[in-house]
Design a protein around this ligand. Structure first.
Ligand code: ZN
Length: 300
């Protein structure tokens, strides 16, 4: 299985256009610290790739990755579609930027599709330009392409709706609003779990990561208090739907017990790991964990 990391930052990217926090200022001063919005490209077949989430950076992310560039015909593209983990703007705004395509697949769970076609009216707006071939995730493993080379499955992670889809009563118990993706290559049995937003470590999620060869997981915040301490929110990391990396309820302890290669992605601009010289990197190394980097290629 071949994967290319297209971005590793949380909403806003690093630097965020309207932010002068130390993390963003550091990324402006040191371009190697820049991170694009979290996204992944997955090779499903020879010359047929799927993007995991469609970010506001999608044009640059495709252009920056030789395997995703168009050709040999003038409008041939290896980009076959988009797989969504949720309906957040930072993971879906890029869909509209693919409007020059003849058509492409969009794989999403039922509530995510309803939010995008209903509230965001993506179908209505894009139909005059291109064709969205919707496919539903959430009813067990399905082959990603006709060849059956890669099987995809969604693991429910959280009922957290994007802000634009929050209802006045606040009631919702559909845990497929946010999912982790499990991707398994039939020929080798190798598998990846991708969870850029992880609100809760469920038994189902534990089963998925125990069986995986590689896990790429929510590294939005270093510790639970970070959003409050840095003044970006009155809520803790967990309260914002992101389990922190370190601390008693953190994901590092659980990940370090796995046989899989584990990497963090979706770093917020307040996360100290955005600075390559931060002492937290040594701790992560001791735990046997890594931070994913933009443009990283992962072969399983
Ligand atoms: Zn910032």
């Amino acid at each position: 299985m071949l994967l290319q990391v297209l971005g590793t930052a949380a909403g806003g990217g690093l630097p965020q256009w309207n932010c002068a926090c130390p993390g963003c200022a550091g990324a402006r001063a040191h371009p190697h610290r820049r991170r694009r919005h979290a996204s992944l490209a997955l090779r499903a077949d020879e010359d047929r790739w799927y993007l995991v989430n469609a970010t506001p950076d999608i044009g640059d992310q495709i252009e920056d990755s030789p395997a995703l560039r168009p050709g040999p015909g003038p409008r041939d593209t290896p980009v076959a579609g988009v797989i969504l983990t949720d309906a957040e703007l930072d993971h879906t705004l890029g869909i509209a930027r693919l409007r020059e395509a003849d058509g492409f697949d969009v794989l999403a769970t039922r509530p995510v599709r309803r939010a995008l076609t209903g509230l965001m009216r993506l179908d209505d707006i894009l139909t005059p330009y291109t064709r969205l071939d919707w496919r539903e995730l959430g009813d067990g493993p399905v082959p990603l392409t006709k060849s059956g080379g890669i099987e995809i499955d969604a693991v429910p992670v959280s009922p957290k709706r994007p802000r634009y889809a929050v209802t006045p009563d606040g009631a919702d118990d559909d845990h497929t609003w946010v999912v982790a993706l499990r991707l398994r290559e039939s020929a080798t049995g190798r598998s990846l779990v991708y969870a850029p937003a992880l609100a809760r470590w469920s038994d189902t999620f534990q089963d998925a990561v125990e069986a995986a060869d590689c896990v790429i997981v929510d590294g939005t915040f270093w510790d639970d208090d970070e959003p409050v301490r840095t003044g970006i929110s009155a809520r803790t990391a967990t309260g914002m739907g992101h389990l922190p990396i370190a601390g008693p309820g953190g994901t590092a302890r659980r990940l370090s017990g796995l046989r899989a290669r584990c990497l963090y992605t979706h770093l917020n601009n307040t996360n100290p790991l955005g600075d390559p010289d931060a002492p937290q990197h040594a701790l992560l190394g001791e735990w046997g964990l890594e931070v994913a980097a933009d443009r990283m290629v992962i072969e399983l």
